[in-house]
Design a protein around this ligand. Structure first.
Ligand code: C2O
Ligand code: CU
Length: 467
């Protein structure tokens, strides 16, 4: 409580400064593209002009933060300023970068104190759809709005008529439009985490998206929610998945007609607008069976179609330069995901951090956001191929995210997967298992944690050390 009150007071001053500090993009010495981002309080409208505004924490005054577009292989410097009134960092989720640029406080860098800044420098090796968010006081900072899209463009543009980004966030608002207090509620943390009551796309409760008959759209979808899982269905349309978590895959239709994204997961879809001009088509989310809702509507412009015939098969995105794990030579490690309500006993678990653990990995709970002296759950030799066999022993879903690497999902529940897709966050359903494989080619201390932020902060977090 004291922290947030202090932050809000500090914020009043910072907000006045806001206009002068907005996103500056330029070229620093040596032709490196440079961006500036400032974390600070702001007031925005999430729910529509006839509803009250919401005080949020923002990058540069907007929610989500500015869409950062980089080019694959081009170095960038992003200077992050902090006017929050508490420590922060930025994690560039899914980008394979040097460990000291990974944004985990204590573990990979000193936190950015309020009033200070930190220059992140990296060269994105992979094109794709990524995002950025704090890794300090994450539950509150992400939950109050600190997040943005990070798009790395292919060297050669992909043939589509238009690109759309849907950056999905989930808020818990009270009737006056304020963000409800109670972050880190212990009961909730031991269950599904803080699921909100207001879903926004690109910072607004969406009404409709105007499209043109015949056009081919590349739709990038990011689930930036704290805890909400979505299962998005497109009535009257047949989207083709061309990338998951930024990494290109064999183009394929949605499984069971739904795009299922846990927190932090992304997908790139090719959406051919085959509907009737003048008509509307709902896009819905029915992940929670008793709470289906219309997310947004595709509204067809009444004009002439863009083209007479649908375009050819959707493009296959160029592969990223990922090291292929050698399964025959891979080292195998079992990781049990444990705890939570209805998950059996929590007694006898090791513990580290602020306390309040409800979750564990292999009997060890590390709580909070990252600490300097975190013991490694596993130590991997550089360039070793590894298989992590994840076994979810709990009654809850866990989107497990590995920093600094992408991995192939090679099996689920003992059966090989059809596409062996590359991901950086794998959603493991209750009581199920998944095996992931990767080459530990990036030296450093890498977080491996559940991206339901309450679960992470309540113990489902570990460090993999690559030496
Ligand atoms: Cu987006 Cu450590 O995570
Ligand atoms: Cu979890």
């Amino acid at each position: 409580m004291t922290v947030s009150r202090r932050a809000l007071v500090a914020g009043a001053g910072a907000a006045a400064l806001g206009a002068a500090l907005s996103l500056r993009r330029g070229f620093a010495d040596g032709g490196i593209k440079e961006y500036r981002l400032t974390a600070k309080p702001a007031v925005v409208n999430l729910t529509g002009d006839q509803y009250p505004n919401t005080a949020v924490w923002s990058y540069d005054g907007s929610v989500p933060g500015p869409e950062i577009r980089l080019r694959q292989g081009d170095p960038v410097r992003i200077v992050v300023g902090n006017n929050l009134g508490e420590d922060t960092t930025v994690h560039w989720h899914g980008i394979r970068l040097p460990n000291r640029m990974d944004g985990v406080p204590g573990l990979t860098q000193k936190p950015i104190h309020s009033g200070e800044s930190f220059a992140y420098e990296f060269t994105p090796p992979d094109a794709g759809t990524f995002w950025y968010h704090p890794h300090a006081d994450t539950l509150q900072q992400l939950g109050r709005g600190l997040a943005g899209a990070l798009i790395v463009e292919e060297r050669d543009p992909v043939a589509v008529d238009r690109e759309l980004l849907w950056f999905i966030e989930d808020w818990r608002l009270d009737e006056s439009g304020r963000i409800a207090p109670g972050f880190g509620n212990r009961m909730e943390a031991a269950m599904s985490g803080r699921i909100g009551n207001t879903v926004t796309i690109n910072g607004r409760v969406p009404g409709r998206v105007v499209v043109k008959a015949g056009e081919r759209v590349r739709l990038r979808v990011v689930n930036a929610a704290l805890a909400r899982i979505v299962a998005v269905g497109f009535e009257g349309h047949r989207p083709i998945v061309v990338a998951c978590d930024g990494q290109p895959c064999d183009p394929h239709p949605l499984e069971a007609g739904r795009l299922v994204l846990g927190p932090a997961m992304r997908a790139d879809l090719i959406l051919d607008m085959g509907g009737t001009p003048g008509r509307g088509y709902p896009v819905f989310d029915d992940f929670y069976p008793d709470l289906p809702y219309k997310l947004v509507e595709l509204e067809y412009d009444a004009g002439k179609p863009t083209r007479e015939h649908p375009p050819d098969a959707p493009p296959r995105l160029p592969a990223n330069p990922l090291p292929e794990p050698d399964l025959a030579a891979a080292e195998r490690h079992e990781i049990a995901l444990q705890g939570g309500m209805m998950g059996g006993m929590m007694g006898g678990m090791g513990m580290m951090g602020r306390g309040g653990a409800s979750w564990a990995m292999n009997g060890m709970s590390v709580t909070g956001d990252g600490q300097p002296d975190m013991p490694a759950l596993l130590t991997l030799r550089k360039d070793q191929s590894c298989v992590l066999a994840l076994r979810n022993e709990t009654a809850w879903w866990h989107p497990m995210h590995l920093h600094g690497h992408s991995f192939r999902v090679v099996s689920r529940n003992g059966k090989p997967t059809a596409r062996r897709e590359w991901l950086d966050t794998v959603l493991v359903p209750p009581r199920e298992s998944a095996e992931i494989a990767f080459v530990a080619d990036n030296p450093g201390n890498w977080m491996f944690h559940c991206h339901v932020t309450d679960h992470q902060e309540a113990g489902m977090m570990a460090v993999l050390r690559v030496t």
